[in-house]
Structures are given as C-alpha cells and as structure tokens.
Design a protein around this ligand. Structure first.
Ligand SMILES: O=C(O)c1cc(=O)[nH]c(=O)n1[C@@H]1O[C@H](COP(=O)(O)O)[C@@H](O)[C@H]1O
Length: 292
C-alpha cells in the first residue's frame, strides 16, 4: 500500500529540500539546446532533465501540453520519462490542470492509479467547475496515495479577474483554499459546513507526518498573500520564480518560513542545459537561494 502523497512529499522534502523543477520543453528552449522541435528533440531534452535531476530534487513537474503537441509519440516520451523519474526517487507532479464534471474528472484522475500508463504521484487540477466537481479526483487520490494541487491564486497577471471575485463574503480563491482545507480534514465532504479551524490546527501546515495530500497553487509572483492559508493542512505549490519575475525573497515575504511550500521553477533552470552538471548547478542555486 502506497503511503499518502503528503507523507511521501514531506519525506522527499526532508531528504532533498522542497524545490520542484518543471519540465517545460518550450520551442525556444529546444532551439537553445540545439534540438529539433520533433519527438526526437523532445526525448533528448526530457531524458537529459530526468537524468540530471531525478536523483536530486524532491519533485519533477512535467507540463503535459509540451508532450501532447507531438501527439502519441510525445506522450510516449512523457510516459517513459515519468517512469524513469519515479524510479530515480523523484515524485512526479503532472501539470495538466484538469477539471471537468464528475464522470470525466474520474477518468482524468485515473492518472493517479498505479496501473495507468502515465502513473504519477500528483496532478494539478482546476476548480472552475466548482470544488465539488473535483471530488472523484480526491477519492482516487485517497485510494492510491496520490496528491492534488488545486489552482487557487495563480501566477499570471490576469489571475485576480476571476480569483478575486466574491462568492458570498469570500473570494473565489479563498473558497478554493477552504475546500482543500476540508479535503485535508478527515471525514469532511463537499456540502458539509466548513471544518472549524480549531479542529484542523493539529493538522500542521508545516512539513511533517501530518502534511496532507491536497495542496493549493499560489503564485510566487503575488505582491501580497491575499488568501488565508491557515489550517490548510497541505502543501502550497508556488510557481512563477525566475522567468515570471518571482524571487526567493518574494517567496519568503509571501509565506514566511513556517509553511509547507514547494517552490517550482521551469525555464530558469532548464535554460542552463543540456549539460547535466549545469542543470544540477542551476537547480542547486535556486535551492540555496530558497534556503537562505
Ligand atoms: O500549476 C502550475 O504549475 C502553474 C500555475 C500557475 O499559477 N502558474 C504557472 O506558471 N504554472 C506552471 O508553472 C510553470 C512555470 O514555468 P516557468 O515560468 O518557466 O518557471 C509552467 O509550466 C506553468 O504552466
């Protein structure tokens, strides 16, 4: 029986630090590496990143869009890379931002099953259809020790247009965070009143044996933290470092040092390749800056 994702993530972070490196084979990056924008180029890029970093960082986050654009051959590259990354000890968070009505969501969530061809440890999901639409993914994650990261306050400049909108007295972003807080609380189901904060405070938001398997995405680019993450009970994925302008100092200002934050960088590390030592050095630089 696989241990819950939150526990496995906390262990990986204790062993390797919290940095996640995104695998985003952009066309400009392929060109920079001298590779063709074709499945062969994609495979060489992905293999180099996995070989250099899967034994080093806690989490690798391949973005599925860059593989889908090469059709079935691109997906075959991704399947192979995911299996090799996990075998080398990295947790794989598939960045696919899935979200749909329950029956379809159920099928999307199958990627968290161990017998899926693309079996991963965790998946990014979108709550646009309502947090309740994600319940099948929550159930699958619970059954198979998988994790979910739900988009709450994303890193893009336009994010506040919808995420700051009010539902009742809360922002949309806060409603998403509160739903995830519920998923990290034993026995809570969508539709129940929100758990009393006191009841979840012992579910630490810091790294540890009680780190929950359900996390939120909050961009490292935000000027201020405008959602209340207290009692979340799970990890925060923080993208937007480097290429989008986010910095280690900004991350500390947003989250302090007490939260279970997984900072994630793609282009700013990948641009250092294809030399494996240079890729490792770029990841190590971010890890050191974030730890400072
Ligand atoms: O879910 C994500 O990973 C994500 C959420 C978000 O709010 N912003 C964001 O940039 N991302 C992803 O994180 C990666 C960021 O890449 P870089 O800007 O190159 O570090 C991309 O794959 C984005 O799709």
């Amino acid at each position: 029986m696989t241990a819950p994702f939150g526990q496995r993530l906390a262990e990986a972070v204790a062993a390797r630090g919290p940095l996640c490196v995104g695998i985003d084979p952009h066309v400009p990056l392929l060109q920079r590496w001298g590779l063709p924008d074709a499945p062969e180029g994609l495979a060489r890029f992905t293999d180099a990143v996995v070989d250099a970093l899967a034994g080093e960082v806690a989490v690798l986050k391949p973005q599925i869009a860059f593989y889908e654009r090469h059709g079935s051959r691109g997906l075959a590259v991704l399947e192979d890379a995911v299996a090799r990354a996990r075998a080398a000890g990295a947790l794989v968070l598939l960045d696919a931002k899935r979200g749909d009505i329950g029956s379809t969501m159920d099928a999307y969530a199958d990627v968290l099953r161990p017998d899926h061809p693309l079996a991963v440890d965790a998946l990014t999901v979108s709550p646009y259809l309502g947090p309740g639409s994600l319940q099948p993914a929550v159930d699958t994650a619970r059954l198979h020790g998988g994790g979910l990261f739900v988009l709450a306050r994303t890193s893009n400049p336009d994010a506040g247009t919808l995420q700051h909108a009010l539902v009742g007295e809360r922002t949309v972003a806060q409603a998403v965070v509160d739903a995830v807080r519920g998923w990290n609380t034993p026995g809570w189901v969508v539709g129940d009143p929100l758990p009393d904060l006191g009841a979840v405070q012992d579910l630490s938001s810091r790294w540890g044996a009680t780190t929950g398997s359900f996390g939120v995405v909050v961009g490292a680019t935000l000027p201020d933290l405008d959602v209340d993450l207290d009692g979340l009970g799970g990890p925060v994925l923080a993208p937007g470092l480097g290429a989008q302008g986010g910095s280690a100092a900004g991350l500390r200002r947003l989250f302090g040092t007490g939260r279970a934050v997984v900072p994630t960088v793609s282009r700013d590390v990948l641009a250092a390749g294809p030399d494996p030592a240079a890729l490792r050095a770029a990841a190590a630089r971010w890890a050191a800056e974030l730890a400072a």
